[in-house]
Design a protein around this ligand. Structure first.
Ligand SMILES: [Zn+2]
Length: 261
């Protein structure tokens, strides 16, 4: 198959509310850095990203709300309070999380545990790539969140995919986001034992297959083929069949590959 990856993916700006020129500069700098970090981590996105900026003045944090819309275009919506400093925006995980979603296609609301687990697992790796936090900090933050989710799910009678509607209903978002991240931690650990990683599989996926329409099982099959392993599908089966959550791997080495000096 001949596949030509576009040389670049542009950010297409939609200023939905009035922003001053200097606010626009700061906000576009923040998201341009996040977009670039994602592409250093996983390769060039095979599409432009539409960014919709909305104002939320008087918020308690720089980005009180954000979401991803994938239909005819790949779109991210950010609700921001531009009174916060650029440092505050860069230190916030929301953009790293939303941009991470773009690496996978939309898989349906019933698979939100998978999509949110993925973006949660990747968000701190992107912040490392941006130079905002150190790898050790990323590992520690991820570990803390997954430990809390594993503990909350310990006695759950149903599997995480089955518990998700109930967790959503009572607003237990960290539990289903970081419970889902445990799937990716297990997959990454298994791939590393085989001499590869989630990151290197994602790079291949972005290069060949990201624009293919698929469902969750089809995606797992594609990622299996690319990684030369069976872990994406076997771990999916385990997630669906294990009450609560499968155990976390003994030792996690993080999600970024070691770099030379
Ligand atoms: Zn998300």
């Amino acid at each position: 198959m001949l596949w030509v990856t576009p040389a670049r993916s542009a950010l297409v700006w939609h200023w939905e509310d009035p922003f001053t020129l200097s606010d626009r500069g700061m906000l576009s700098d923040w998201l341009t850095q996040t977009h670039a970090a994602l592409q250093r981590y996983a390769g060039i996105l095979p599409f432009d990203v539409h960014v919709y900026m909305h104002r939320r003045d008087g918020a308690k944090e720089p980005v009180p709300w954000a979401n991803t819309w994938r239909d005819t275009e790949q779109a991210l919506h950010f609700y921001v309070d531009p009174d916060f400093s650029e440092d505050a925006f860069l230190s916030d995980w929301t953009a790293a999380h939303e941009f991470s979603h773009l690496l996978l296609p939309y898989l349906g609301s019933e698979n939100a545990w998978f999509a949110e687990g993925f973006a949660s697992y990747l968000q701190y790796a992107l912040m490392v790539e941006m130079g905002v936090i150190a790898q050790s900090e990323a590992d520690a933050r991820r570990d803390k969140k997954m430990r809390a989710a594993a503990s909350a799910l310990k006695v759950a009678p149903l599997s995480l995919p089955e518990s998700m509607p109930e967790l959503k209903k009572r607003g237990a978002y960290p539990t289903f986001y970081w419970g889902g991240a445990i799937y990716f931690e297990r997959v990454d650990a298994a791939l590393r034992k085989q001499g590869t990683s989630l990151q290197s599989t994602l790079r291949q996926y972005l290069d060949c297959c990201r624009l293919q329409k698929t469902d969750l099982d089809g995606l797992a099959a594609t990622l299996n083929a690319l990684s030369g392993s069976s872990v994406f599908a076997s771990e999916l089966t385990l997630m669906r069949e294990t009450p609560g959550i499968p155990p976390r791997p003994a030792k996690s080495a993080g999600t970024t590959q070691k770099r030379g000096p």
